[in-house]
Design a protein around this ligand. Sequence first.
Ligand code: AMP
Ligand code: TRP
Length: 344
Amino acid sequence: MTSGSTPQPLQGRILSGIQPTGNLHLGNYLGAIRNWVALQKDFECLFCIVDLHAITVWQDPKELSRSTREVAAGMIAAGIDPATNALFVQSHVPAHAELAWVFNCVARLGWLNRMTQFKDKAGKNREAASAGLYVYPNLMAADILVYKATHVPVGEDQKQHLELARDIAQKFNNDYGVELFPLPEPVIRGPGMRVMSLRDGSKKMSKSDPSDFSRLNMTDDADAIAGKVRKATTDPHPLPDSAAGLEGRAEAANLLNIYAALTDRSLDEVIAEQAGTQFSQFKARLTDKAVSVLGPINAEMKRLMDDPAEIDRVLKRGADKANSIAEPVLAEVYKTVGFLPAGR
Ligand code: AMP
Ligand code: TRP
């Protein structure tokens, strides 16, 4: 804290998780990471790279290692301060998996059967899904509750899992007659930003889209960004002068939304400013903004990725801090459940 600024009391403890699978893209940045950066000033934050969750579906081992470091680099480059918060890897803190086992015995099959993410990810052939994918939400509850986190920033798609974490906390407290776990609250900041694919405005920008032209990666340099924006799907009309004019124009709406988010303004303001502009001109403006926001981030990511030992040191420090909070909570849980203390 610099002298002169008055430190505000923190509003609670945040735990957030991100999977180290595939490339980080503009959707991750605008929809998640940028919000986390903003939360650091009001909350004590723990940011967890959830490799245990990642392997609930098949991951190539080399790619998983690379991606774990890339997520760490992306978060640091985007402005997460690993000195004041804990940035760490889930598998480096054994208490997550240990508490998850206890929660496997608290959560009911009926609860898990209602989880829509399992249904989506398992697809038609449920028999072939991993058991890990099924109990995924119990591990997520452990991620949160092993720190007694009070707040969790989540997108729409993870709200059901957070509800389940609350149910688990409540049932544990009731079953054992304790007030051990707080019920974690969702934190929703700003408008629920959803970045759509550059190729198809009806699909979410996603790391699993086979076309790299569908997304701006956080590692894309200025040339790659310019090329992808130039090729982005549009329609033949100039930009409209009101939000109503975006009806049925998903691609135009998406590019305007991205432009608004990158320039920190409302969609209405951007529509008013760009009314009547041809796409060719608007795309040049969008490219400039995207390069000015992503450029410094990807330069810093490249620097960090060239020095994996530095990333690993940061993650070690984060894990030490996380372990120091998680271990006593796990000990409290084990004692509550009736497990004998390990002999010395
Ligand atoms: P995922 O890449 O699906 O593991 O998501 C990591 C985080 O980024 C989650 O908080 C998501 O809600 C967010 N996210 C992923 N894709 C998008 C997108 N296209 N628009 C907005 N947020 C996204
Ligand atoms: N399930 C989350 C996702 O897919 C990732 C996650 C794991 C998480 N553990 C968490 C998010 C704890 C918030 C809190 O995006």
